[in-house]
Ligand binder design. Structure first.
Ligand SMILES: [Zn+2]
Ligand SMILES: [Zn+2]
Length: 107
């Protein structure tokens, strides 16, 4: 993975609302600080540019959006993805978690 550095533009994933009125969305964000936390090396401080205002968060974890693998012994693993979007075995479909950052997708 690329090394984050101050001033780079990344994406911050806004939280969707539980009722689904708002979906999770990528927002532009500027890396404002590297927290240098040895336990969370990918964590950064961000200035997030929402269309309606900015906000700041000093402890944003990185999440690449990849599928989370569940237990290899899952009895319903064939349902992963169809129709399950997540499973009791801790499998989760690929999607960016709210409240995390990632490098902008290539378009
Ligand atoms: Zn994105
Ligand atoms: Zn499962």
């Amino acid at each position: 993975m690329q090394q984050p550095s101050v001033g780079r533009i990344v994406h911050y994933v806004s939280y969707g609302t539980p009722g689904g009125e708002y979906d999770k969305e990528c927002r532009a964000a500027i890396i404002a600080e590297l927290t240098g936390d040895p336990d969370h090396p990918d964590q950064v401080g961000l200035a997030v540019l929402n269309p309606t205002g900015m906000f700041f968060n000093r402890t944003v974890p990185y999440h690449d959006g990849a599928e989370t693998l569940g237990s290899p012994d899952c009895p319903t693993s064939e349902s992963h993805g169809t129709p399950f979007r997540y499973c009791a075995c801790s499998w989760r479909e690929a999607s960016h978690a709210g409240g995390t950052w990632h490098w902008p997708e290539r378009v």
